[in-house]
Design a protein around this ligand. Structure first.
Ligand code: MTE
Ligand code: MOS
Length: 772
C-alpha cells in the first residue's frame, strides 16, 4: 500500500460528517459573493446592454443617452480596456464585441448607483445593428461547414476488417440536447481597488487563478496586482470553470476606472441567456456485432455544438472521445470528433465534461440494437464489459475492470432485479395502457485532467502557537463537500481532533497557480497537497526534544520555543500520467471510477407521462473520505443526470422570425428542472465495499461527476417501457431529452410497429441494419 493511501487507525477521514457549512446553508447565514454587497460601502452596480439578434455587426454604439439617466456613473466600452479586450485564453471571445455572435451577447456595461439606474441606463444606450445571417442549430452548422478548433480522431484496430467480419451491422443517428447549469447562485463578482490600484475580486469561480489571469490581461497589469477570492459557490457544476472570468474583468475594470467597488451579478434570465451550457451533440454511427452480441467495430462522427467561441469545447470533445467506449471493449474503433460553431452561448464544462455525451452515444446504440440482436439490453451490456487486462481505445489499461462486475452483481442483488423483472413482465402483460421498464447501465469514468499539466495542487497549512490549525488549499467549494473532506484530511494527517482545524476561503494570494476545481479531482489533488504540508510539519515536530510525552498543544508550544517552523506549503502532482492530444493516445487518467444503476419507470400510454419508481445504485468511491458527502454527490449527480436526459429541454428559436437565435427557455417557468416530485419513489445508494484505491489520498476515489452518468438507466428504462407498448423485439428510437412528449412519440411508434418484421429471427427496424 502506498504512503499516500494508507489510512491510520481512528482517522477523521471516513467519518460520516455533514457538510462543514450545512448549518450555515440551511439557516441562510452562509455568505456568497453577492452577500458581501450589503457589507461594502459605495458599491456601483453593473447592467449589460444585450443584443437582440443572433448575429449582427455593430455599426454604432451611442452611450451618451445613458448618462442622462440619474444615477448612471459610467458606461464601460472597448475603448476603456487598457489591456487585452478578451474574456478567455483562446483570444476568440472579445469582452466588448463589435460583432454580435449570439442573441443576448453583451455589448457594453452600465455602472450606476443602483441596480435600477444601471438597468435604465442600459435601456437608454442606442445601438445600430446590421443584421447578418446566423447558424443556430448544429445541423445548420454542419450543413454550412461551420466548425472551430481542432478536430480529433480516436482510432484503434481496423474498422473495415471489423465490419467485414461482423455478423450484424447497424447504423443510425442521434442528436441530443445540452443542459443549463441552473446553479442556485448565478454568476457574480465584486471588485475593489486599494490605495495602490491593486484589485481584489471576490468571484463565484471554480478557477480563481484563471479568473486572476484574465482580469490581469484585461487590465494590462501583472498577476501580482490582482487577487481573486472565492468564498464558496451556490453550485457551479462546471458552469463557473471558465465563464466567470469576463464578468470578473468587467467588475475589475469598473473598479479601476471609478475607484469604487463594482458589483456585477447576473439575474437568472441574464445568466441563462449569456452564459454557456452543456454541449449538445450530433452523432452518426455504424456498429458491428458478432454472433454472440459482442461489439466488433464502431465508426462514428461526434459533432459538439460549441456555440460562438471555443471556451472549453476542445477538452470537452477530447473527454467525449475518451468515453465513447464507456464500460465496453470495442476492438476496432474509429471516432471522429469536431466542434460546430453556432450563434448560441459559448458552451462549456458541465459535470462529466463531455464524458456523458460520449457515453450517451454508445448507451443509445446498445439500447437500440439489443432488440434487433434478440438480446436483453442488460445482457448485451454485460457481455461487452471490459475484462481485466484489456485497454481503452486510447491505450490505457482498464485497471480494476472487475469492479464493473462487482457493481453490477451488487445491484442485481440489492435491487432484487431478477424478481422485479418477472413482476414487471407480469404487470405489462396485464396492463395495456401503462407499462413498466427496468434497465441497468454501467459507468466507467476516467479521473484526472486529460491535460497532464493541470494535475497539480498546492496547500498552505498554519499551526498557531495554541495548537489550532488553519488550512488553505487551491480548491473551491461549490457544495460538493471538498472543504469538509480537506478538514478531515488535515485532522487525520496531523492526528488531532477535527475541532482544532479551520479552513479559510480560497484565494490566489494564499495558494498560487492553481487548477480549476474540476474533473472531480479536487479532493485527490488538494487532499494530497494538504497531506504533504501536514507531513512536513509533523516531521519537524518529531524533532522536538521530549516531544513524545507532550499533548498536541504542549508539543506545538514547545516547538515554537525551540524555533521550529510551524507552517508549511504543500504540493502534489499526480505521477504516471501522459497524454498525446494530437494522437489521442496515452494514459491520461490516474484510475477509473465505476458504478452501476438500475432504474424502474412506469409510463402512461395516453400521455407519455412517467414516474421513476425505484433506483438502486452501487458506486465505487474507493475508501470514502466522507461517506455522507459521497452519498449526497451520488444522489445529486444521478438526479442532475436524469434531469438532462428526461426533463430539461433547452429550446432555441430556430425560425427565421424576428427572434431567431433567442433562447426560448430562459426561466424556471419554461425550463423544467427535476425537483422533489421527480425523485425516485425509492432510492437506494450503496458504496462499493473493499474498494481501497492505492496511490490516492487515504485510499479514496473522486466522486463529483461519475454518478451523473448513472442516469442513463432512467433513459434506458423509459426506452424499454415504450418498447413494451409494441410487439416483442421492437427497437425504440428515443429523443434526448426523453420528455413525456418524446416518450409518447416513441411508444406511439412502438404501438404502430409491424408485429413480425423479423428476418432470420432478427427484427429489422430502426436503426436500420445495413449489409456490410
Ligand atoms: N456538487 C455540488 N453540490 N455543486 C456543484 O457545483 N459540481 C460538480 C461536482 N459536484 C458540483 C457538485 C462538478 S462539475 C465537479 S467537476 C466536481 O463536483 C468538482 O468538485 P470535486 O473535484 O471536489 O469533486
Ligand atoms: Mo466539472 S464539469 O469538471 O467542473
Amino acid at each position: 500500500m502506498s504512503a499516500l493511501s494508507e489510512r491510520p487507525e481512528n482517522a477523521a477521514v471516513g467519518l460520516p460528517l455533514q457538510h462543514e457549512s450545512a448549518t450555515l446553508h440551511v439557516t441562510g447565514a452562509a455568505l456568497y459573493t453577492d452577500d458581501l454587497v450589503g457589507r461594502t460601502r459605495d458599491v456601483l452596480h453593473a447592467w449589460p446592454v444585450q443584443a437582440p439578434y443572433a448575429r449582427a455587426r455593430v455599426r454604432e454604439l451611442r452611450t451618451e443617452p445613458a448618462y442622462d439617466v440619474p444615477g448612471v456613473v459610467r458606461v464601460l466600452t472597448a475603448a476603456d480596456v487598457p489591456g487585452v479586450n478578451d474574456a478567455g485564453i483562446k483570444h476568440d471571445e472579445p469582452l466588448f464585441p463589435t460583432e454580435v455572435m449570439f442573441h443576448g451577447h453583451a455589448l457594453c456595461w452600465v455602472l450606476a448607483e443602483t441596480l435600477e439606474a444601471a438597468r435604465l441606463g442600459a435601456a437608454a444606450v442606442q445601438v445600430d445593428y446590421e443584421q447578418l445571417p446566423s447558424l443556430v442549430s448544429v445541423r445548420d452548422a454542419i450543413g454550412a461547414g461551420s466548425f472551430q478548433g481542432t478536430p480529433r480522431r480516436l482510432e484503434r484496430g481496423d474498422v473495415d476488417a471489423g465490419f467485414a467480419a461482423a455478423a450484424h451491422v447497424f447504423e443510425g443517428e442521434l442528436e441530443f440536447a445540452g443542459q443549463e447549469h441552473f446553479y442556485l447562485e448565478t454568476h457574480g463578482s465584486l471588485a475593489l481597488v486599494d490605495e495602490a490600484g491593486q484589485v481584489f475580486v471576490q468571484s463565484s469561480t471554480q478557477h480563481p487563478s484563471e479568473t486572476q489571469e484574465i482580469v490581469a490581461h484585461v487590465l494590462g497589469v501583472p498577476s501580482h496586482e490582482v487577487t481573486v477570492q472565492c468564498l464558496r459557490m451556490g453550485g457551479a457544476f462546471g458552469g463557473k470553470e471558465m465563464q466567470p472570468h469576463g464578468f470578473a474583468a468587467i467588475a475589475a475594470l469598473g473598479a479601476r476606472l471609478t475607484g469604487r467597488p463594482v458589483r456585477l451579478r447576473l439575474n437568472r434570465t441574464q445568466d441563462m441567456t449569456m452564459s454557456g451550457k452543456r454541449h449538445g451533440f450530433h452523432s452518426r454511427w455504424r456498429v458491428g456485432f458478432d454472433d454472440g452480441g459482442c461489439l466488433v467495430a464502431l465508426e462514428a462522427t461526434l459533432t459538439a455544438d460549441g456555440g460562438w467561441s471555443l471556451d472549453l469545447s476542445e477538452p470537452v470533445l477530447a473527454r467525449a472521445l475518451c468515453h465513447v467506449d464507456n464500460a465496453y471493449w470495442i476492438p476496432n474503433i474509429s471516432v471522429q470528433g469536431r466542434i460546430a460553431k453556432t450563434n448560441k452561448t459559448s458552451q462549456t464544462a458541465f459535470r462529466g465534461f463531455g464524458g456523458p455525451q460520449g457515453m450517451l452515444v454508445i448507451e443509445d446504440i446498445l439500447g437500440r440494437c439489443a432488440p434487433l440482436l434478440g438480446l436483453d439490453a442488460g445482457e448485451l451490456r454485460r457481455r461487452n464489459f471490459y475484462r481485466p487486462g484489456q485497454t481503452t481505445p486510447y491505450g490505457q489499461p482498464v485497471r480494476h475492470a472487475e469492479r464493473l462486475d462487482a457493481c453490477w452483481d451488487g445491484v442485481l442483488t440489492s435491487g432484487d432485479v431478477r424478481r422485479r423483472q418477472q413482476e414487471i413482465a407480469r404487470f405489462n402483460a396485464g396492463s395495456p395502457h401503462r407499462k413498466r421498464g427496468l434497465a441497468m447501465t454501467p459507468v466507467k469514468f476516467g479521473i484526472s485532467f486529460n491535460l497532464t499539466a493541470f494535475n497539480q495542487a498546492g496547500a498552505l497549512v498554519h499551526v498557531y502557537k495554541d495548537g489550532s490549525v488553519l488550512i488553505n488549499h487551491g480548491g473551491t467549494e461549490m457544495g460538493q463537500g471538498l472543504h469538509t473532506k480537506m478538514l478531515q484530511v488535515a485532522a487525520t494527517t496531523l492526528g488531532i481532533p477535527l475541532s482544532r482545524v479551520r479552513l479559510a476561503p480560497t484565494r490566489t494570494d494564499k495558494v498560487p497557480n492553481t487548477s480549476a476545481t474540476a474533473a472531480s479531482s479536487g479532493a485527490d489533488l488538494n487532499g494530497a497537497a494538504i497531506k504533504n504540508a501536514c507531513e512536513q510539519i509533523k516531521a519537524r515536530l518529531a524533532e522536538v526534544e521530549g516531544g513524545d510525552r507532550l499533548t498536541w498543544e504542549q508539543l506545538v508550544n514547545t516547538a515554537y520555543h525551540q524555533r521550529i517552523q510551524l507552517w508549511a506549503a504543500g504540493f502534489y502532482k499526480t505521477e504516471g500520467l501522459h497524454w498525446d492530444a494530437a494522437a489521442m493516445r496515452g494514459q491520461p487518467f490516474k484510475y477509473f471510477a465505476y458504478g452501476v444503476a438500475a432504474a424502474e419507470v412506469e409510463v402512461d400510454g395516453f400521455s407519455g407521462a412517467y414516474a421513476v419508481r425505484r433506483v438502486d445504485i452501487v458506486h465505487d468511491v474507493g475508501d470514502s473520505l466522507s461517506p455522507l458527502v459521497d452519498i449526497g454527490q451520488i444522489e445529486g449527480g444521478f438526479v442532475q443526470g436524469a434531469g438532462w436526459l428526461t426533463l430539461e429541454d433547452l429550446r432555441w428559436d430556430e425560425s427565421d422570425g424576428p427572434h431567431r437565435g433567442r433562447l426560448a427557455t430562459q426561466a424556471a417557468s419554461t425550463y423544467k428542472l427535476p425537483s422533489l416530485s421527480e425523485m425516485p419513489a425509492e432510492f437506494n445508494v450503496t458504496l462499493l465495499e473493499k474498494a481501497h484505491e492505492d496511490g490516492v489520498v487515504y485510499g479514496s476515489k473522486a466522486v463529483g461527476e461519475p454518478p451523473l452518468m448513472l442516469a442513463f438507466s432512467v433513459r434506458e428504462a423509459l426506452r424499454q417501457a415504450a418498447a413494451a407498448f409494441g410487439p416483442a423485439g421492437t427497437s425504440v428510437d428515443l429523443a434526448s431529452p426523453a420528455t413525456p412528449e418524446a416518450v409518447y412519440w416513441a411508444l406511439d411508434a412502438a404501438r404502430k410497429a409491424d408485429p413480425d418484421p423479423t428476418v432470420d429471427g432478427v427484427a429489422r427496424r430502426q436503426p436500420e441494419e445495413v449489409s456490410s
